[in-house]
Ligand binder design. Structure first.
Ligand code: 13P
Ligand code: 13P
Ligand code: MG
Ligand code: MG
Length: 366
């Protein structure tokens, strides 16, 4: 059996600089140092990336998904970065570390996790998408475009290895259930669910012809806390490309017409997902608009050759212009839906307090 490689992307916000707009260089340095020193002998390679105020640890290794050693390394790295963030009084230091002690796996402890294990092909291009000011359901529409929409991915029609289609694993974040859809036959059933990205998220996509995993996202379950579902977080997504999977350009094309996502300002507003270069991943206007960065790597015996900053290309200027126009328009709605999220989906709310205070003033309508 050829040896398998695992790519793990584990991400967290452990403090913003300034506000929620970016990551301070001292945190990036600390994360790099930690992975280099503590990861030696465990990791084949690693790259520390940021988008807005989120740190994404991109790691390759041979220990499989849910490896306690890799999860512990990521957790300890975020703890070390949090200490620096506290010292520098960065905003929301330790924001995504929900527990004081590590217990074998970072899932459910705050950080987002996307991992896949496979046998490296002769050519293995991988794109790591990372977004800020949004939620895992933000990947639903682009994953649909990449793996099910022939207007985006011409390979679905003309590549014999893509023509039989893909399987989509969808998670119900509230009922904690998952279901598999085989496309194209079940496209319409799939869309019934993933058109509601606040609740149903595409976790992974598999090739039917190759029997291989092609994409996986940081979709974690939501927890009911004080009557509200919490735990949606800025997501990451790994996509393998070429030779029976979408070409790199087909995967990127899914972001060329920015779609509206939830999570802008206080996690409580809608905004367009703007594809940007790593250096432009600094959401500022109304803490946004939401951003997505695409880092391309060629895997070479587990080594990460890259990154290639794929959205830096001029061909995405038009998408950025559209996103800015849409952002400007939707900001005009101010606190009205659909600019603002529906009452039960906002991350911040005063509704219970205001309702309580005014409860005596509500009268029956005849
Ligand atoms: P593959 O079939 O090798 O993925 O090549 C397709 C391609 O790159 C077209 O843009
Ligand atoms: P983050 O989720 O990126 O920390 O943003 C929080 C926020 O509310 C920004 O307005
Ligand atoms: Mg933050
Ligand atoms: Mg963030």
């Amino acid at each position: 059996m050829p040896e398998k490689v695992t790519i793990s992307v584990i991400k967290a916000d452990v403090g913003g600089w300034v506000g929620h707009s970016s990551v301070h260089p001292a945190l990036i340095e600390k994360a790099r140092e930690n992975l280099r020193e503590r990861g030696s002998g465990l990791l084949i390679d690693s790259y520390v990336a940021t988008v807005g105020d989120d740190i994404n640890l991109i790691m390759t290794h041979r220990t499989g998904v849910d490896s306690p050693a890799v999860h512990e390394l990521a957790w300890d790295t975020f703890v070390a970065c949090t200490a620096v963030a506290k010292e520098l009084k960065l905003y929301g230091a330790g924001q995504d570390l929900l527990s004081d002690a590590f217990s074998g796996n970072v899932r459910g402890m705050g950080p987002g996790v996307a991992e896949m294990e496979f046998v490296e092909r002769q050519g293995e291009p991988v794109v790591v998408f990372m977004a800020d000011k949004t939620e895992p359901g933000a990947w639903n529409l682009p994953l649909y475009r990449m793996f099910a929409d022939p207007f985006t991915t011409i390979g679905l029609i003309i590549d014999p290895k893509m023509h039989t289609g893909f399987r989509f694993e969808v998670v119900d974040l509230i009922r904690h259930k998952k279901v598999m859809f085989s496309c194209p036959e079940e496209l319409y059933d799939l869309l019934v669910f993933i058109g509601a990205p606040g609740r149903y998220c595409v976790k992974s996509v598999y090739s039917k012809a190759l029997g291989e995993i092609c994409a996986t996202s940081t979709t974690e379950r939501l927890n009911l806390t004080a009557g509200r579902y919490v735990g949606k977080d800025d997501p990451a997504l790994i996509v393998r490309c070429q030779s029976g999977m979408p070409a790199v350009g087909e995967a990127l094309e899914a972001f060329a017409n920015p779609h509206l996502v939830a999570g802008w300002m206080r996690g409580s507003n809608h905004g367009p997902l703007m594809p940007v270069s790593a250096k432009d991943a600094t959401p500022t206007r109304f803490d946004g608009p939401p951003r997505v960065v695409a880092l391309g790597f060629t895997l070479c015996n587990g080594r990460l050759l890259g990154p290639q900053d794929l959205f830096a290309d001029k061909s995405f200027d038009k998408a950025r212009q559209i996103a800015n126009d849409v952002a400007h328009y939707i900001r005009g709605l101010g606190p009205f839906e659909p600019g603002r999220l529906p009452l039960d989906e906002m991350e911040y709310t005063t509704l219970p307090d205001v309702m309580k205070r005014l409860s005596d003033r509500f009268e029956d309508v005849d």
